[in-house]
Write a protein that binds this ligand. Sequence first.
Ligand code: ZN
Ligand code: ZN
Length: 493
Amino acid sequence: MRFSLRNDLLIPQKQDSLPISKIAHIPQPPPNPNFAFNRELQQLLTGKQLLLDDLPIPFAEIQTHYEHGYITYRKGIVYNGKKPICSRCGNKDPRWFAAFPCSRCDELCLYCRHCLMMGRISTCTPLIGWNGLVPNIEMPPTILEWKGNLSEGQTTASNRVVDAIQQNKELLVWAVCGAGKTEVLFAGIEAALSVGKRVCIATPRTDVVLELTPRLKSAFPKITVASLYGGSEDRHLFAPLTIATTHQLLRFYQAFDAMILDEVDAFPYTVEESLQYAANQARKPVSTMVYLTATPNEKWQKECRAGKRPFTTIPARFHRHPLPVPQFAWCGNWQKLLQKNKLPANVLHWIKARLEINKQALIFFPHIPLMEKALLILRQFAPTIEAVHAEDPSRKEKVQKMRAKEIPLLLTTTILERGVTFPNIDVAVIGAEDTIFTESALVQISGRAGRSAAHPNGVVTFYHYGKTDEMLKARRQIVTMNREGVRKGLIDR
Ligand SMILES: [Zn+2]
Ligand SMILES: [Zn+2]
């Protein structure tokens, strides 16, 4: 869009005008109390930053609301000197910008390629937000209706979350795999909602949003819950409680009093950086940030140990048994053997032993082609063995079959390192020295074993062709958590 300045207002016009990002200062009139604003727009825009194309409202009405002070325009792209920065996703890498002949401003217009999938942001794009009163939310007398119990470890963490939310502080909840971290949030969410705060739980993965939504809806049955992921129907729903993929946060601006970021470690740092930007932008300037993870990165672990990052741990699982500690086993040049259609003898022995006693197992491989080779070999012993990877169209069915115990062994890439629970399995990693197996991946993989109270023990073996630091750090992290669990009386011996 092109605007010119008149009477200290932005007025859209084609002649004697500039694309919005090139206007030095954007005037913002105060809300006019005598103006009858559109309540639908208020619901659509509170805490948001949307494009014109996102809004089912004609531009003339939006402009009128701006002129009466109810709508804000922000520049889609801001310039730091000559360097463009995308206001929505924070991208400032010149390689992620491109120019196109734009029909809206009749210029060669620079746009951000980094967040293009959420609609195009260019130098002539206004980001549209709300500037008036926020919609009123009525709270029921009882907010939280969850009737379960927290373990001792969960209770400590839950109290810390409540405290962080009441005092608008930052907190890292470092909970071992299988500790039950969702329940730890309930009291904090209740505390926030009861005083009219808006809460968001954000996670990088759609699977997690889909899994959390019904759990939160049943814990807070009278509260409107917006569940946001690519293509979800709640896109325009104004809700006190939002569960969203981190991508969806790009549409929010200073919306939430409490932001809970789940599994921030699930993606590499570069991706994480832009997701952190989105999460920061979606929260209010004074607000709470709670990070949830089983595997904080090395930098965060150091900050915790140095007392520079407020954190709380849940070092033990609900069932009060220690985490299975991975065993290391050297297996020689397993890749070379696989090329000759053979598996290392100790690996084969491990697998056959499980098949004999009908103990299910997950076996992790660093690469798909070698996994496929291993699959052919192992099917000689049990034809029902399956293999799964990220692009596998029958991924869900195979996981389902594994749950139903129709598959004795499931070979997998790191796609199943987190988010899946099978009650009674052993776990092996073949080629644990591969760089894909980071400390965090190996801790998560180990965390697949021994999860249920009925079967709290499981064997975890890392087969390797040379130990790596990541393997050692993963084992150390698990051992340290178990020690802390014992020390705090959260593990029975
Ligand atoms: Zn343009
Ligand atoms: Zn962008």
